[in-house]
Design a protein around this ligand. Structure first.
Ligand code: PMP
Length: 432
């Protein structure tokens, strides 16, 4: 057994002063049993906790550490920026440079506004879409998570489903009524909703590759079908690429699948680990944002110089090193191939979904193309598997309904270790 005394003690203390002992619900280990580990540092592929344990990290801060932890590229940029002060609340050259870089990389973005989290990005994007169209309703998809804005906490994935609160108290009926939900990958259902609410739908927001019910990929033609529907109905199509942006390709899932939305929301990787989000899209729509237009959205710390320096370093690296994506794809493919071999050896047949450097194992034999299928997973088995992996020094997301993220710091020899741990954990998890 690995040590956990100090983490356990800190968790006990934390619960007295922090709700549930954590600053974001997805960090709690409620769904898998046990207490969360308290981290001290991280380097390359590894996390180190208070008890001196080392873990191979497959969360990577839920996505942003695409180059591994404490990457020199990002650390140096941050260190260089610090002596110039941490915040001005006034415009900087770096904000212009990062905006230009994002515009050059993301197909749908002609203008972009920086914010401080993915939640802010999605909340702002739908406000702009509503202001632009003069309509109130939005369509989202079951199992997709777009942050904790009121409008999105209806049939939400990620921590909301993990904790069994997909429809949160505190969201007013009025707000809930303006959010329509459709099953992921079901174009007919979306068409019916748009038809039944003709002229009232401002936006369709979707994770073009869903990462918040475990990893679910879009069926062929699904994203293009949404694009066509939005064109016909004057609806703003928003791709929430908070997870997929700059991860699946330099231009995100929209580049990978060749479908360009009207607006996109971004986060995580743009900050290289600093708290950053962004939303952008067609000029005509983005010019509705204050002070260019009437839709208000602001932020004291938005475009923070340290965060912008980290982001510039990260995005510049990714733009200049497209081979990063082939490397990530091939490493992740080997991990998944190893897991599939393990299952074959053990006579198991669970579903693994993968796109590039994101993947999930679902403890179900059903094909997982949406939330209903994801929910057929054996979550108790997942909990045992998670804890067996943790005991073997592998840090997975503590929920069946999350994707895993691979970084470039995960090399072939670490893949071998991971695959061996997976074999043993699969065996152990089935011994009940
Ligand atoms: N959208 C998506 C697709 C996400 O995965 C997340 C968070 N994982 C968010 C929005 C919210 O981002 P944040 O946690 O930075 O507010």
């Amino acid at each position: 057994m690995i040590q956990a005394e100090i983490s356990n003690e800190l968790f006990k203390r934390a619960q007295n002063s922090i709700p549930g002992g954590v600053n974001s619900p997805v960090r709690a280990f409620r769904a898998v049993g046990g207490n969360p580990r308290f981290m001290v540092s991280a380097n390359g592929p590894y996390l180190f906790d208070e008890d001196g344990n080392r873990f191979l990290d497959l969360i990577n801060s839920w996505g942003p550490m695409i180059l591994g932890h404490a990457s020199e590229v990002v650390q140096e940029a941050v260190q260089k920026a610090i002596p110039y002060s941490l915040s001005f609340g006034a415009p900087t050259r770096k904000e212009v440079e990062i905006a230009e870089l994002i515009v050059s990389m993301v197909p749908s973005i002609e203008k972009v506004r920086m914010v401080n989290s993915g939640t802010e990005a999605t909340m702002s994007a739908i406000r702009v879409a509503r202001g632009y169209t003069g309509r109130d309703k939005i369509i989202k998809f079951e199992g997709c998570y777009h942050g904790h804005g009121d409008s999105f906490l209806i049939s939400a994935g990620s921590g909301a489903i993990t904790l069994g609160v997909p429809d949160s108290p505190g969201v007013t009926k009025g707000t809930a009524n303006d959010t329509l939900t459709a099953p992921y990958n079901n174009l007919d259902a979306v068409k019916m909703l748009a038809d039944a609410n003709k002229g009232q739908v401002a936006a369709i927001i979707i994770e073009p590759v869903a990462g918040n019910m475990g990893l679910v990929t879009p069926r062929q033609g699904f994203l293009q079908g949404l694009r066509n529907l939005c064109d016909q109905e004057g609806i703003v199509l928003i791709f929430d690429e908070v997870m997929t942006g700059f991860r699946l390709a330099p231009g995100g899932a929209q580049e990978l699948y060749g479908v360009t939305p009207d607006m996109s929301t971004l986060g995580k990787i743009i900050g290289g680990g600093m708290p950053v989000g962004a939303y952008g899209g067609r000029k005509e729509i983005m010019d509705f944002v204050a002070p260019a237009g009437p839709v208000y959205q602001a932020g004291t710390l938005s475009g923070n110089p340290i965060a912008m320096s980290a982001g510039m370093a990260m995005l510049t690296y990714l733009k200049e090193h497209p081979e990063t994506y082939t490397q990530l794809d091939s490493i992740t493919a080997s991990m998944v191939a190893g897991m599939q071999q393990n299952m074959q050896q053990l006579g198991l047949n669970y579903t693994i979904n993968r796109v590039g450097s994101m993947f999930s194992i679902f403890f179900t034999q059903e094909q997982v193309t949406g939330f209903d299928a994801a929910k057929t997973s054996d979550t108790a088995l997942f909990g045992r598997y998670f804890n067996s992996m943790l005991q073997r020094g592998i840090y997975l997301a503590p929920s069946q309904y999350e994707a895993l993220f691979v970084s470039t710091a995960i090399t072939e020899d670490l893949v071998e270790q991971y695959v061996q741990a997976n074999l043993e954990a699969l065996q152990e998890a089935h011994q009940v």
